[in-house]
Design a protein around this ligand. Structure first.
Ligand code: Q46
Ligand code: ZN
Ligand code: ZN
Length: 301
């Protein structure tokens, strides 16, 4: 297999693009895909301050690296979830990446700063940990962005993640979620803009990017992911992709082009009914926001 660009030996073959790339041109391909994604969806503008949600995994570290390579002013935020060794290792990976490359990493620790952790929240609510975890992440990334003057929160969701979430949402016809499933959620009162610049890159590409760029990321998966529905959807999608490369990209990009706009109204309606949380001031549909309610229950436990 040869590099599509220079005809030298390829180090990676991307079936979806029916192309191989040498190391140099693969890194260029990744930057190009991010640049295109940002431009197509008007995710970021020059001079904006970007807060990258950093987990220490391949996607978030590659995202941070790519944004800086493309000239964006991007800092990281690491959230300590208190999930045993997994959290210790992921925090180390995020800190050493930032330290080695001289980048600014903010940190919030759920236990020290908010009095609970994810395993405790799961026990207190008798629900799957990912619900409390996702809620805490959304709330805190947004809050830190607003408080510290960032214009945008960028997350490392890649094409495989988006395809799996989309399949889940379609299987249940979750109109509200489908309306919000977009690589850009615009800023509204109390919410920073949220963007997903890795939308055009797959999981395998992100792992290869890290290896080729010498980024040490945490390979172990979160132990609480077991039983997470998205893992099942990913397996199904991988089987389809294996049979016909390009299926995931067609599924996600076709949705964004042709179906998502039909659902956008449902999401807007929800936003119109928002007031302010009596405890923290964040936008919420109730008196007290879901994060403050979770914190209250989990820190009592
Ligand atoms: S960290 Fe949190 Fe994930 Fe672990 S508890 Fe679930 S949501 S699986 S990306
Ligand atoms: Zn090449
Ligand atoms: Zn609140």
């Amino acid at each position: 297999m040869k590099c599509r660009v220079c005809r030298g030996p390829a180090v990676i073959d991307i079936r979806r693009h029916n192309a191989g790339f040498c190391a140099e041109h693969f890194l260029h391909h990744c930057r190009e895909q991010v640049r295109r994604g940002i431009k197509e969806h008007d995710m970021l503008r020059p001079g904006e301050r970007v807060l990258v949600a950093v987990s220490g995994g391949k996607d978030s570290l590659a995202l941070w690296d790519l944004l800086v390579a493309l000239g964006y002013d991007a800092d990281g935020l690491y959230l300590g979830l208190g999930i045993g060794e997994y959290s210790d290792h992921s925090g180390d990976a995020a800190r050493s990446y930032a330290g080695e490359r001289g980048r600014k990493l903010h940190e919030v620790d759920l236990a020290a700063d908010y009095g609970y952790d994810i395993p405790g929240a799961a026990a207190a609510t008798h629900r799957a940990p990912c619900g409390a975890c996702g809620l805490s992440k959304r709330h805190l990334f947004n809050r830190v962005a607003i408080e510290r003057g960032y214009d945008v929160v960028a997350t490392g969701h890649n094409l495989d993640d988006e395809a799996a979430v989309l399949l889940g949402n379609v299987m249940r016809w979750e109109a509200g979620y489908l309306g919000r499933q977009h690589p850009v959620l615009p800023a509204t009162l109390g919410f920073a803009r949220k963007v997903k610049p890795l939308i055009r890159l797959g999981e395998r590409e992100m792992a290869a990017y890290c290896v080729l760029e010498g980024i040490d990321y945490i390979v172990e998966e979160c132990p609480m992911a077991a039983g997470n529905r998205h893992l099942g959807y990913k397996e199904v999608l991988n089987a389809l992709e294996e049979r016909s490369p390009g299926t995931k990209a067609a599924f996600v990009f076709g949705f964004l082009d042709r179906a998502q706009p039909h659902f956008a109204g449902a999401a807007l309606e929800e936003r119109e009914t928002l007031g302010e949380c009596a405890v923290c001031g964040s936008p919420t549909t109730g008196e007290v926001c879901a994060f403050c309610r979770l914190r209250e229950r989990a820190s009592d436990a």
